[in-house]
Each structure stands twice: as C-alpha cells, then as structure tokens.
Design a protein around this ligand. Structure first.
Ligand SMILES: *[C@@H]1O[C@H](CO)[C@@H](O)[C@H](O)[C@H]1NC(C)=O
Ligand SMILES: *[C@@H]1O[C@H](CO)[C@@H](O)[C@H](O)[C@H]1NC(C)=O
Ligand SMILES: *[C@@H]1O[C@H](CO)[C@@H](O)[C@H](O)[C@H]1NC(C)=O
Ligand SMILES: *[C@@H]1O[C@H](CO)[C@@H](O)[C@H](O)[C@H]1NC(C)=O
Ligand SMILES: *[C@@H]1O[C@H](CO)[C@@H](O)[C@H](O)[C@H]1NC(C)=O
Ligand SMILES: *[C@@H]1O[C@H](CO)[C@@H](O)[C@H](O)[C@H]1NC(C)=O
Ligand SMILES: *[C@@H]1O[C@H](CO)[C@@H](O)[C@H](O)[C@H]1NC(C)=O
Ligand SMILES: *[C@@H]1O[C@H](CO)[C@@H](O)[C@H](O)[C@H]1NC(C)=O
Ligand SMILES: *[C@@H]1O[C@H](CO)[C@@H](O)[C@H](O)[C@H]1NC(C)=O
Ligand SMILES: *[C@@H]1O[C@H](CO)[C@@H](O)[C@H](O)[C@H]1NC(C)=O
Length: 500
C-alpha cells in the first residue's frame, strides 16, 4: 500500500512509545508502533560503544507498506533507545527497502572530509519501475543521512533486485556487496573501491532451492577462513511462507565456493527471517545477528496490531560459531550475553512428576531457562515435556521423545490466535536431536515470542504465540524414564530492556 506522502505528517512520538502491553516482548526489540519487518544496517560503532539497529518500518499502518528505515541504538543489544526514522522516502511513490550500513573509516567514499567515523547506508530504492541500489551517508554517527546526489549506484533495470549487504573484504581491500536477483533465485556479488562505483564480480545460482524468491542474503565471515552464505526465501519456504537457509563455504574475493552439497535450514520453526549480521564488530567478536521473528504467512494479521498498535518483534541478538557435526560444518547459535538483563535465579518447586518454576512475580514475564536431561542409557525410553501456562488457561508446550530424539514445540494452546484464525499459523515445530546419554536445551520466553536452542546450539526455533494473559509458570515433567535418569531445570528472571 502506498499512501500519498504529502498527506502524512510523521506521527512518530518514538520516545513516548508504550511498551507495557501484555504481548509486548521485554528483551526483544519491537517497534514503537505500527508494522516492522526486516532488520537493516546493523553496525557497531566502537568509538561510541553503540550498536545500531535500523529496520523496515511502516510508521503509519499495522501492515507492510511505506517502508522507512526505523532506528534504535543499544549498548548491550537488549536495552534499546528509539530514534526518529533514519532514512525516509523523498517521494510518495518510492520505498526505502532493506540494506546494510558500514563505517567508512578510511573515507574511501570521499563523503567524510574530517572524520574517520562516517557511516554509509546501502539500500534498495523501490519504485513501480525498478529496484535499484542506492547509498546515503551520515556524518553524525548514523542518526541522520544524506542521499547521494548520483544515486542509484547500481541499476540493472529490474523490478526484482534487492537487499544489498555490504562488508569490507580486507584481503582484497575493497567493499563487497551481496545482493539478491530475487525472482531469478540468484545471488550477485559486486565489488567497489569507494561504495559508489560497483563492478559485478560473480553470480551464485541455486534455482533448485525450495522457495519462490531470494531475499536478504548475507555473506558472513567466520573464523577458520570460512564464509557462510545465508539466504532468506519467500514464499514457499520448506516450513511454509518465509524462511532462511545457510550454506558453508569460502569466498575468494570474487566467487563463493560452497564446501557442502546442501543448504541447511537455519531453524526448525517458522518465525525467523531476513537475519542480518553486524558489521564493524571488534576483531575477536563472534558473528552476531538479529532476525525478524515472524513469517509473511501471518505477520500482518497477528493480534498485537488491534490490541497494542504494533506488529512484529526481532529475535534476540545471537552469537554464532562454526562446528563440525559428523564431518559437516554447522552453524551454532546462542543468545548474545544476557547478563545485561539477567535477574535472579528462580526457585524450583519439586513435584512427584517433575519440577516447576513460577515466574508470575517477574515483572517482565520474560525468563531464560535451561533444561538438562542426564543419566540416560544407550537405548533410552520415555519422554520429557515442558509446559508453559497462564492463569487464563493458555499453554505453550514442547518436549523430546528420547528413543527417537524427536523434539517438538506446540503453540496450539495460546488462545488469541491459532490455526483456526489462519491455517498457516501451524501449531507444531519439530526436529530430531542427538540423545547421547543425555541432552540439554535452553530458551528465552518473552510474552509473545519463544526461542529455543538445542543440540549444542546447532538447532534453534523461534516461535511467536499469542496468549490471552502472559504465560507465567513453567513445568517440566518426565514419563517412562529409566532408573538413574535425571531432569534438571534452572531458570532466571529477565529484566525489561524498556523503560515501562
Ligand atoms: C499502554 O498500552 C497498554 C496495553 O495496550 C494500555 O493498557 C495502557 O493504558 C497504555 N498506557 C498508556 C500510558 O497509554
Ligand atoms: C583502512 O585502511 C587500512 C590501511 O590501509 C586498511 O588496512 C583497512 O583495511 C582499511 N579499512 C577500511 C574499512 O577501509
Ligand atoms: C575525504 O575524501 C574527500 C574526497 O576525496 C577529500 O576531499 C577529503 O580530504 C578526504 N578526507 C580525508 C580526511 O581523507
Ligand atoms: C527496462 O525494462 C523494461 C521492462 O522490461 C523495458 O520496457 C525497458 O525498455 C527497459 N529500459 C531500458 C533502458 O533498458
Ligand atoms: C547474474 O544474474 C543475473 C540475474 O539472473 C543476470 O541478469 C546477469 O546477467 C548475471 N550476470 C552474469 C555476468 O552472468
Ligand atoms: C576465485 O574463484 C574463481 C572461480 O573459481 C576463479 O576463477 C578465480 O581465479 C579465483 N580467484 C582467486 C583470487 O583465487
Ligand atoms: C543433499 O542434496 C542431494 C542432492 O540434491 C540429495 O540427494 C541429498 O539427499 C541431500 N542431503 C541432505 C542431507 O539433505
Ligand atoms: C481469531 O479467532 C477468534 C475466534 O474466532 C477471534 O475471536 C479472534 O478475533 C481472531 N483473532 C484474530 C487476530 O484474527
Ligand atoms: C528438589 O529436588 C532436587 C533434586 O531432586 C533437590 O536437590 C532439591 O533439594 C529439592 N528441593 C526441595 C525444595 O525439596
Ligand atoms: C515434523 O515436522 C514436519 C515438517 O513440518 C512434518 O512433516 C512432520 O509430520 C512432523 N513430524 C512429527 C512426528 O510431528
């Protein structure tokens, strides 16, 4: 939807946003109001010790449209401060689509006469005629941007060409752009000495991958000279709607060479899309991402809109590494250092059939939890279940069947929005985890989003859910376990990242 821009005074009192609604995540980023989708322009400013998060934002409506770059900053990736939109359309018939941002320390662009901390944003300008790659620069650390006079910097006369991710390729001392020819299901690599003049370097094509269009590619450098190519696809991802794949390989300055035959699904659930990775992190930092915790199948109709005037949150920030699982390079992930919001350990309550924690007294209704199953024989039997519940009768369930390793999460019991509202809001997510004498998994639950990390961080799920009252109790129960088996639960309250 396009609204005439002249009719729109920007309504955004971003500082006065209301984060107190019962569905509002407290340790996940969500927009001050209205509709948010992809994260954009993630960069870390070491000089000011500040993480920037831009995002696709429609400041006027609860559905997608009128894309601006919304903006927030944080010192720890959990406490966020909202700012006015950083990049807005100049005309009524254009959108500021997804992209990235980099610090141009060496003034390669020439935009920054007297500084070593200039910021260049690289984004797709979307109009009815074309999608082109454009740049804008900021001399104030990333709060306000000036569009480059000679935009676009890449125009191939296509309406399906978007989501540039730019990083500095130190080995070849040039900028590298990873961008999607969306409808062709091709990833293009371009290089540039100055962020203005771009040369096509190579194409990487995977037409056989399930999903209709490629979006938001990110080529991420890991340790051990490895690169991982993340590609989001929509619609038609394997679990329905939108989803993300990754492929491990290496990049030689012009070409990406995969090291494994297959793309791997980043998650075994539906609600993690368009992840972007921070640029300009300190040298020894592991790669950190933030993803969009929703799915195009239902993002524009979930009940937070009517009830609380906002739609969609981001995932928690995640740190990543590479590990070999049965000889195959695999990406691990876990929540980025939670210490900035981690509160007190919650007391366990023992029951004949398990253990529980009551977190009704945790003001945020957000907790971090770890479940550890140990002492299993080589041929384990039985199952372990976890069950979140609310005083209003909502529940969110999951568990693991120990003989097969089937790990599942079921959101059918949260009552405000279910598969009866939209059949694409599928209740079940599942995967298969290794059970080797035991297993452990951990998660963050935060009012309307659950993230679970299993199998030593090689598997994860992001699950949005909508209870009629906040879930505030976690019970873990076991059935049919052999003698000597033990199920441990540890949970900590999380402090809100918002001033509410
Ligand atoms: C904030 O939102 C909640 C839930 O939507 C509402 O109950 C509350 O009145 C709002 N507070 C203010 C100050 O508007
Ligand atoms: C800046 O210049 C230094 C010295 O030439 C080089 O090592 C570094 O890679 C450059 N970085 C960027 C982002 O331009
Ligand atoms: C940055 O580049 C511009 C254009 O080339 C130049 O005028 C300016 O002197 C440069 N500044 C620095 C500090 O290198
Ligand atoms: C751009 O593409 C359109 C649609 O395919 C075509 O009609 C037009 O001639 C093209 N313009 C140029 C400059 O190539
Ligand atoms: C790269 O892929 C795009 C999209 O399919 C195509 O238009 C372009 O011609 C390709 N470039 C080269 C050099 O093959
Ligand atoms: C990068 O890979 C391409 C394709 O395999 C090859 O043609 C090119 O020579 C390689 N470049 C370098 C610097 O090794
Ligand atoms: C990997 O891809 C090949 C060929 O497309 C396919 O035969 C094989 O089953 C795939 N393996 C996995 C683990 O998905
Ligand atoms: C979901 O369905 C229920 C039952 O029909 C209805 O009351 C509710 O308004 C629907 N919610 C949304 C967000 O569509
Ligand atoms: C609960 O059970 C655990 C392990 O079985 C035990 O260590 C703990 O002391 C028990 N707590 C209470 C309050 O009984
Ligand atoms: C696991 O999920 C897949 C994909 O959604 C589904 O096809 C399969 O039936 C599920 N398996 C079980 C045992 O629930």
């Amino acid at each position: 939807m396009r609204l005439p821009i002249a009719a729109l005074a920007l309504p955004v009192a971003v500082q006065a946003a209301n984060y107190s609604g019962p569905l509002r995540p407290q340790v996940h980023f969500s927009p001050p109001s209205d509709f948010m989708n992809d994260p954009n322009g993630l960069f870390y400013d070491a000089k000011r010790d500040l993480y920037h998060l831009y995002y696709q934002w429609n400041p006027y409506e609860l559905i997608a449209g009128n894309q601006h770059w919304g903006h927030a900053t944080s010192r720890d990736l959990y406490h966020w401060t909202n700012h006015p939109p950083a990049i807005s359309p100049s005309n009524a018939d254009e959108y500021i689509f997804s992209g990235s941002a980099v610090l141009d320390r060496n003034n390669t662009s020439g935009f920054f006469p007297d500084q070593d901390d200039g910021v260049v944003a690289i984004y797709t300008l979307d109009t009815a005629e074309a999608q082109t790659q454009n740049i804008a620069y900021s001399t104030d650390g990333g709060y306000t941007f000036t569009k480059y006079t000679h935009n676009p910097v890449i125009d191939i006369n296509s309406t399906e060409f978007r989501d540039p991710q730019v990083t500095w390729h130190a080995e070849s001392e040039q900028w590298l752009m990873t961008v999607a020819y969306s409808a062709d299901k091709v990833i293009g690599f371009y290089t540039s000495p100055d962020l203005r003049d771009w040369t096509h370097a190579s194409n990487f094509s995977r037409a056989d991958l399930r999903g209709e269009q490629f979006e938001c590619p990110n080529l991420v450098k890991f340790a051990a000279d490895k690169h991982v190519l993340f590609i989001s696809v929509n619609p038609g991802a394997p679990l329905g709607g939108s989803g993300t794949y990754y492929l491990v390989g290496n990049f030689n300055g012009t070409h990406f060479h995969p090291e494994t035959a297959n793309f791997t699904l980043y998650e075994f659930s539906k609600d993690n899309y368009a992840s972007q990775w921070y640029t300009d992190l300190p040298d020894r930092s592991s790669p950190i991402s933030i993803g969009w915790a929703s799915n195009w199948d239902y993002a524009e109709e979930v009940p937070t809109g009517e009830l609380e005037d906002w739609r969609s949150s981001m995932s928690v920030p995640r740190q990543h590494s590479l590990t070999q699982v049965q000889g195959v390079w695999t990406v691990t992930r876990s929540p980025y250092d939670l210490s900035a919001v981690q509160g007190r350990r919650l007391p366990n309550h023992n029951h004949t059939d398990g253990v529980s924690v009551d977190f009704s007294s945790v003001q945020s209704k957000a907790i971090y939890f770890e479940i550890d199953i140990s002492g299993l024989p080589a041929d384990p039997a039985g199952e372990v279940r976890f069950h979140f519940s609310s005083p209003a009768g909502d529940h969110l369930d999951g568990g693991v069947v120990l003989d097969t390793g089937l790990f599942w999460i079921d959101r059918a019991g949260t009552q405000l929005y279910t598969a009866a509202n939209n059949t694409d809001f599928t209740p079940l997510s599942n995967t298969s985890v290794a059970v080797d004498g035991g297993l452990a998994f951990a998660g963050v639950i935060d009012r309307s989003v659950l993230e679970v990390f299993a199998d030593d961080g090689t598997q994860s799920a992001t699950v949005s859910y909508f209870p009629s009252a906040p879930l505030d109790r976690l019970a873990v129960g076991a059935r049919g376990l052999s003698d000597g088996a033990n199920v441990g639960l540890a949970a900590w309250g999380l402090d809100s990242g918002w001033v509410v």
